[in-house]
Design a protein around this ligand. Structure first.
Ligand code: SF4
Ligand code: SF4
Ligand code: SF4
Length: 424
């Protein structure tokens, strides 16, 4: 039997990130029950395998394998350490909201302890500059909310448009495993995916354009951006060749430019390992707020991206304000009828321009494996009542992503999510 090898990051589209070590697998079959796509094969008692052509790289099997047989085989930690030693390079970290509520677990803190300032302190000590993914999430919200408003104005309020608009219902698109799922299994619904990039993919170009010129005073090719994510699928997302907006921008300015927006991605587990390798203890590190850095500022809307319902609520607040001219006071989630794990809501609103009344219908699904297919089949059948659907692949959202600390209880997500996100 072969052995799996750990790959260092390579600048090309990554696949087969998640692999089963045949020397450790006991053939217990547990992983199959967490896989959204049936990508795992093997008889009970025999070594199992992942079919790369079906795999979303979400890591749900990894965090739930009771024998630790499933590995994230892309490890860029040493590459980043080398970049940090290079005086010419500005290494910029962009950290997702769900990282700061889980990193403490790796240092013996209670699950759910929020360690934002300790995380900033450790990153500073390691030599990183910062563009907080929460800041970039605010950009995603503005883009996604504007896109939704344009679709509502055209498809619901009947206004003419000069623009090419995608289809309704609009799907959120910030979860790369969900995007890959649509590409593989429901390609006819690709026009429903929001065209807004994920917060991580917004952060990279900002770092290599505005950040280079206005914050760090350096050349864009000397910036190396590291996504720090709760997610193994983000390693795939960053390597997709279409994410090269910064290079495209600089080419319009007459420069030679050939680099990805995000140079590499590490998970919460990888960051904890890196901090430990540097001899830093998160419990005693000097906290840091980075309050002078405009790219480390964010709203409450950016913060809630890490949990199911967060992206929807944030984008909806923007859409509601623009259409009605007033703030959205609150969304009354109702349990879904017959669709476990799906929340739905109806948001009545009056168009301030025309006085027309509309009811926006939304759905929020988490856990691609169990909850998403019925919603998609409804759309295919032309029977979907919804205008906007949020999907996060992992149960509970990114807080239980495949890059988070491994909990011996598996993703016992309900209690954990409540502890971590008291506002949810
Ligand atoms: S859960 Fe782990 S040990 Fe069990 S079959 Fe899957 S990979 Fe093998
Ligand atoms: S990474 Fe996700 S999609 Fe791939 S085999 Fe594991 S659970 Fe299935
Ligand atoms: S829900 Fe979050 S952690 Fe899970 S695959 Fe999607 S983006 Fe990654």
């Amino acid at each position: 039997m072969g052995e799996i090898t750990i790959k260092s990051y390579q600048a090309k589209e990554l696949s087969e990130i998640i692999q089963i070590d045949p020397n450790v697998c006991k053939g217990c079959d547990s992983c199959k029950s967490f896989c959204p796509t049936g990508a795992i094969t093997g008889q009970y008692g025999a070594t199992h395998k992942i079919d790369g052509s079906k795999c979303l790289q979400c890591g749900q099997c990894l965090v739930n394998c009771p024998f630790g047989a499933i590995k994230d085989t892309v490890d860029p930690v040493e590459v980043i350490e080398q970049k940090l030693k290079d005086k010419k390079i500005t290494v910029v970290a962009t950290m997702a909201p769900a990282v700061r509520v889980a990193l403490g677990e790796e240092f013996g803190m209670e699950p759910g302890t929020i360690v934002t300032e300790q995380m900033y302190g450790a990153l500073k000590k390691l030599g990183f500059k910062v563009i907080d993914t929460n800041y970039a999430a605010d950009n995603t919200i503005m883009e996604e909310g504007s896109e939704l408003i344009a679709k509502i104005r055209h498809y619901v309020l009947g206004e003419p448009t000069q623009h090419h608009l995608g289809a309704l219902p609009q799907f959120t698109s910030c979860c790369p495993a969900w995007v890959r799922f649509v590409e593989l299994e429901y390609p006819d619904l690709i026009p429903n995916l929001s065209s807004a990039k994920s917060p991580m993919q917004m952060a990279g170009p900002v770092a290599k354009t505005y950040g280079a010129t206005n914050v760090w005073n350096t050349e864009p090719e000397n910036i190396f951006v590291v996504g720090i994510m709760p997610c193994t699928a983000k390693k795939l997302e960053a390597s997709r060749p279409e994410f090269n907006s910064a290079a495209t921008y600089w080419k319009t300015k007459g420069r030679t430019a050939d680099y990805p927006d995000i140079d590499t991605v590490i998970t919460t587990r990888d960051l904890a390992r890196m901090i430990k390798r540097a001899g830093i203890d998160l419990k005693t590190v000097e906290p840091f707020a980075d309050s002078d850095n405009p790219l480390a500022e964010y709203t409450g809307a950016g913060t809630i991206f890490g949990v199911t319902g967060g992206v929807m609520e944030a984008a909806l607040r923007t859409a509601y304000f623009v259409i009605t001219g007033t703030e959205l006071a609150g969304i009354d989630y109702k349990p879904a009828r017959g669709l476990q794990g799906v929340k739905t809501a109806e948001v009545p609103m009056k168009d301030a321009k025309t006085g027309k009344e509309i009811v926006l219908k939304i759905a929020i699904a988490h856990g691609t494996k169990d909850n998403v297919r019925p919603l998609l089949e409804e759309i295919r059948a032309g029977k979907s009542p919804y205008h906007f659907i949020e999907v996060m692949n992992c149960p509970g959202g990114c807080v239980n992503g495949g890059g988070q600390p491994i909990n011996p209880m598996g993703t016992s997500w309900l209690g954990k999510t409540k502890a971590i996100f008291p506002w949810s």
